[in-house]
Structure formats: C-alpha cells, structure tokens
Design a protein around this ligand. Sequence first.
Ligand code: FMN
Length: 308
Amino acid sequence: MSPDLSVQLAPRNKRGLIPANPVMTASGTFGYGTEYSQVFDIQRLGAIVCKGTTLEPREGNPQPRLFETASGLLNSIGWQNIGVKALIKEKAPVWAGWRVPVIVNIAGDTVDDYARLAKELDGVDGISGIEVNISCPNVKVGGAAFGVNPDAAAGVTKAVRAATSLPVIVKLTPNTADIAGVASAVAQAGADAISLINTLKGTAIDINKRRPAIGDVICGLSGPAIKPVALAMVYEVADAVDVPVIGCGGITSAEDALEFIMAGASAVQIGSATFGNPRASLDVLEGIERFMEKEGISKLSEIIGAAR
Ligand SMILES: Cc1cc2nc3c(=O)[nH]c(=O)nc-3n(C[C@H](O)[C@H](O)[C@H](O)COP(=O)(O)O)c2cc1C
C-alpha cells in the first residue's frame, strides 16, 4: 500500500485544509501556478501558494531585482502583482477546476488593507486559504514591519481572522529577535497555521560601480544559504505553538524537506529551488514518497517532529 502523505493544516478551522501531501510551492516563486502547468503535473502537489497580492496592482521595485550569492539568491521584487480584483476575475476561475488547493498570499500597508483583502477573497471559488505575508523585507511600509513585533503581528492576524472564514496561515519573518514570541502571538490571535521563514535581510555591492548591486539595496536572501537558519527557527516555533507549522527556506531536495518535517513542520514550501529546477517541488515530493516506502512509514504523521 502506498504511504498516506495527507496532512491537516487547519485543524481549528471549520473548512479545514487537507492537502494530499506536504509539498507546497512558496509565494513569489511559482507565479499563479498556471505558468508551470506546462512543465509538469502541478495537480500532484500538496498546495500552491501564489504571488503576494495587494488591493491594487503594483509594479514592484526598481531593477536590478535579482542577484546570485554563494548558495543563495538576493531578491527585491517587492509586491509586483495584478491586484486582488484581477486575481479573483482571471485566476480563481481557473483554480476552481484544479484538484490542487491554491492559497493566496496577501500583503498590505495597513491592518485595514489586510482585512479588506481577506474579505474580498472570502467565499471565492478556487481559493482554499490565505497566507498573510507580514514578512517581506523589501517594501518600505507594511510587510515585515508587522512581523517583527508580537503585538503588531497579532493585530493583523485578528483583523484577517475576523474578515474571513477561510483557513489563515500567517507567514513569519526571520528578521526579528523573538520569532517564537511572534509565533505564539499570531497563534493566539487566530492563525490556523504558521509558515516560516520569509527571506533574510541581505544586500551586495558592485565594487566597480561603487554602488549597491541591487536596485532597492536592502533586500531578501533565500536559497540553500538560509536553510540551517530556517530549520532552527522551525524547530523553535514548533515548540512554541500548537497549530501546524509549515517550513520554508533553502529546501532543494527531499532530504532537506524531511529535515524540516522531523524538526516539527507538518508541510514544506519550495521556493528558490524552482528557479534552478522547475520540477523541484515534484522531485521533493517523489523523494519523500520513496523515503517513506523504503523506511516502511505508512503515515506522514509518524515522522512529523520525529527529531524532537
Ligand atoms: C523572487 C522571490 C519572490 C518572492 N515573493 C514573495 C511574496 O510575494 N510573498 C511572500 O510571502 N514571500 C515571497 N518570497 C519568499 C519565499 O516565498 C520564501 O519564503 C523564501 O524565498 C525562502 O524560501 P527559499 O529559500 O526556498 O526560496 C519570495 C522569494 C523570492 C526568491
């Protein structure tokens, strides 16, 4: 019998969120999912998280916006997106025909922006959950400003919770001194699950031009370079909260994903790895399946937190 990889990511929510497996795509690295449907069977994934969505369309930050570093990637895309109205009109009807659940990542400048976005998305066919991005390092207002402080993070979570009955995942920033405190605060404020981490603050300098190598200077570092940091934070947060934790940061292989799962994550998100290998998320899923079969593990829940 093939192993059961399904996982309940919103046990406190009436609607629930039960992906068929724990492998999701990370926001901003998989477009709206449609872009990759020609590359592989995306319906096999556990869930797809779309690009950060704001109330109005946005163009994002100045160029250059990507820069490769040792085992990592700096990005300052910002919140380039089509806006929530176009998303509901053009993307959601496509998602409604999919087996794979789609989660919409939302971002705003004010608490009210987040609440309005959650309200607009509530009850829209094709949308299975909301991921609240309070963790983006490369925008001037909103974003990570809410994620560094437990009270501010709880305030956004409460407002979103009140505005929707959809499962709410809150995505945390590593750029805070107290990630466990922020995690506890958002769990208490009504988050159904917590995802982490978003990118670490970083930059690079072009020594010939004597200028920053990236348009927006302070931007976000992702990729294998951040994996040990992300793993430690997932381990810490899984201890601090009793809601499901979704691990993200530098995952490129099934072995990486299994480390996160054994550290306490119920699911994982694959981000930058997709840029090098568009099938990375599917490869991770197939590797997890092989590992479970080889080890005789019949249910994913047997290994969640196994290293604790
Ligand atoms: C180009 C790019 C765009 C991103 N855009 C978003 C976004 O819109 N919203 C969000 O919450 N995270 C965004 N992220 C962060 C990723 O979802 C993920 O948290 C981070 O990259 C760490 O995972 P990784 O090391 O596997 O890439 C973005 C990351 C990259 C590289």
